[in-house]
Design a protein. Structure first.
Length: 458
């Protein structure tokens, strides 16, 4: 279903909401009625429509994953064609889309990333990676970053560093440890770039040495740390991390579930730093969210190890699902053929310029950062002290928190962005097909809502 649809009558719509309230356990944080999440019945490109006929401009790609826009013709047609042939094969059997997509990924990911294990999501792709590195190295410890997000199952959540996600479910899976992220705006070491000597990167080496290199299997991070507020590291960071991992024979896992597939202005985010991981994680935009798909892509050395063992005791019922892989192959080809990363780079720079202009005009914006079409705006009460513009009491109702109020106001005006519920940031991640005109319209709404929040909280 795509495009603008006929509105649903209010009585029928009321019934849907009542049934949802009775029968659905919603993910993440929920709010009681009368707050109502939109019931979406259609969309096209960067716009979607709710049951009342209201149009929204999507500046989140729904959840960082509809990167080619809603209803991309090439992806939809590929799935329609495949479903007429075969839509499912047992996960140990072969199907043509699974083979073709694995081959295509080996061709374009660079380095010696040659073999793929398919799953249904980024979470599952990371779970597979953790099993792979533990079997391959014979070690059990994995190091990751504070405030990173790698999924919501137990191992992936243990690797993630978002406290609010972790605390309710502790104790978590043992063997996961964390170091500070490369956050130049709020350096954990109280230093300033470039005089810091990249202390955040060197701290990985300190941590490896502290635990003992013989116990550490891997370091995992997203190249642009999205959950922590879209942290784009200095140019020296990733080459230093790669060098440290090589020095101690530690595997490097790059989680490009969000940053991959063109979002940063290059096909893969690691291209910005001219490095290659030992394992690359893809999902979300990999299939343009048409059918769930995740990929764990490993280098030749790791792949040869498992070929010699002739076993990897891990799998999912839908690993390498024919429809998912058909969608993935069509999406990958669309990114390349339609020069989608190039548009992300161009329009992303335009969006950053717009955001920096808004920052200059508003006292509540402490920092603006991003790469390609993944941006974050960090709000403060005071630009000098950098005190976050956030509710201090964790019991504050969601709708009374500054960032939630800001994003709710945007949604009321037809713009989708993403707040940090307990923090002071708004994340912006539009489809990679958007135009400068889309940016202009979105930023007008965004700035109006900033003024509204400043009037209430400053």
């Amino acid at each position: 279903m795509s495009g603008k649809m006929k509105p649903i009558p209010e009585a029928e719509l009321k019934g849907y909401y009542e049934d949802a309230e009775k029968h659905l356990l919603k993910p993440w944080l929920t709010r009681p009625l009368p707050h109502r999440d939109p019931l979406i019945i259609g969309g096209k490109g960067a716009r979607f429509y709710d049951a009342a006929g209201k149009e929204y401009l999507d500046f989140l790609s729904q959840l960082f994953n509809v990167s080619l826009g809603i209803g991309n013709r090439k992806v939809v047609e590929a799935v329609k064609e495949q479903v007429g042939k075969v839509n499912y094969t047992k996960n140990t059997f072969l199907n043509i889309p699974k083979i073709l997509l694995a081959k295509r990924l080996a061709e374009i990911t660079g380095g010696d990333l040659t073999r793929t294990f398919f799953s249904n999501s980024g979470t599952e792709a990371n779970e597979a990676a953790f099993k792979i590195v533990r079997i391959y190295t014979g070690r059990f410890k994995v190091i990751s970053l504070w405030n990173a997000y790698h999924g919501s199952t137990y191992a992936s959540m243990s690797a993630g560093g978002v406290t609010s996600n972790r605390t309710p479910f502790e104790p978590l899976v043992p063997g996961f440890f964390h170091i500070p992220p490369p956050n130049c705006y709020r350096c954990a070491f109280g230093m300033k770039y470039p005089d810091c000597g990249m202390r955040c990167a060197k701290f990985l080496e300190d941590t490896i040495k502290f635990h003992g290199p013989e116990t550490v299997a891997a370091f995992i991070a997203d190249p642009v740390v999205v959950a922590a507020g879209v942290l784009v590291p200095p140019k020296e960071y990733w080459p230093m991390i790669r060098e440290i991992c090589d020095k101690y024979d530690i595997l490097l896992i790059l989680d490009e579930v969000i940053a991959g597939c063109g979002r940063t202005g290059k096909m893969f985010a690691h291209e910005h730093w001219n490095i290659y991981p030992d394992i690359l994680i893809l999902a979300k935009g990999l299939s343009n969210a048409c059918v769930p798909l995740g990929a764990t892509i490993m280098n030749e050395k790791i792949a040869d190890f498992f070929q010699e063992r002739k076993t990897f005791m891990h799998g999912f019922t839908y690993s390498g699902h024919a429809l998912s892989c058909a969608a993935g192959l069509a999406a990958i080809n669309a990114y390349i053929e339609d020069k989608i990363p190039e548009n992300a780079a161009k329009v992303g720079e335009y969006l950053l310029d717009k955001l920096r202009g808004i920052q200059d005009r508003h006292k509540s914006i402490g920092d603006v950062r991003g790469l390609g079409l993944i941006e974050s705006v960090e709000f403060v009460k005071d630009k000098t002290t950098k005190e976050p513009l956030a509710a201090k009491d964790p019991e504050t109702p969601l709708e009374e928190r500054p960032m939630v109020m800001l994003s709710d106001g945007c949604l009321e005006e037809g713009l989708l962005v993403m707040p940090t519920m307990a923090g002071s940031m708004i994340r912006i991640s539009p489809p990679l097909i958007i135009t400068e005109e889309d940016v202009d319209k979105a930023m007008e709404i965004f700035e109006r809502q900033i003024a509204r929040v400043e009037k209430k909280f400053l």
